[in-house]
Design a binder for this molecule. Structure first.
Ligand SMILES: O=P(O)(O)OC[C@H]1O[C@H](OP(=O)(O)OP(=O)(O)O)[C@H](O)[C@@H]1O
Ligand SMILES: [Mg+2]
Length: 185
């Protein structure tokens, strides 16, 4: 799907499907090197991380277990509420385990800073973060991120799992959403 199928909703494609694939393969090689003994438990953050998780897990050359959490701080808005709610918790007990959080985007950093601390407090052996996208100039808190696909400008982006009001997640590329779509929200 490309912009012309979506009318004027998108302005610029920031990263194409192919760029995302190539970068994710590079990250997978780093992750394999960093966990030579025991593969980490991959923890995907629903719903945005579904695409990254599916592609990363298949790219990794080890037996990766996957678990999921759902937390939400955005809802139908382009601004984080700053309040993180657990909508679905992990099935796995992570005591003593290496955990790799898999995310689509770090924007203000509020969600991931909170989540990392939450998982560490459960007695995980280590908690690292892998994110496809990060907006360095939007960060409101320090988040230690081990693996970053691309740093992007402070624009609201959609596609490759990222939504606005639950739409656009199934776009193959990552694109900037035209402000007229969300103005007033
Ligand atoms: O760094 P932050 O400013 O905290 O933003 C990042 C978070 O916001 C998005 O989730 P959202 O709450 O939209 O849920 P979703 O994945 O279901 O879309 C995204 O998937 C991250 O989890
Ligand atoms: Mg969202």
């Amino acid at each position: 799907m490309d912009a012309k199928h979506l009318g004027d909703d998108l302005t610029v494609v920031l990263h194409t499907e192919e760029e995302l694939r190539v970068r994710l393969a590079e990250l997978a090689r780093e992750i394999e090197r960093d966990y030579p003994a025991e593969p980490p438990l991959l923890v995907g953050v629903l719903k945005g991380a579904v695409m990254v998780m599916a592609d990363l897990a298949r790219e990794l050359n080890f037996h990766a277990q996957m678990d999921w959490m759902a937390v939400s701080s955005y809802g139908a808005s382009t601004k984080s509420s700053g309040v993180v709610k657990i909508l679905k918790d992990l099935d796995a007990d992570i005591t003593g385990r290496d955990v790799l959080i898999v995310e689509d985007i770090i924007d203000s950093g509020l969600t991931l800073a909170w989540l990392k601390e939450n998982l560490e407090s459960r007695g995980a052996k280590s908690v690292r973060i892998c994110t496809m996208l990060r907006k360095p100039e939007a960060l409101k808190v320090d988040v230690d991120v081990a693996y970053v696909g691309f740093d992007i400008p402070v624009e609201f982006v959609v596609g490759y799992g990222l939504d606005y009001a639950e739409n656009y997640r199934n776009l193959r590329d990552v694109a900037i959403l035209a402000p007229h779509v969300y103005s007033g929200s």
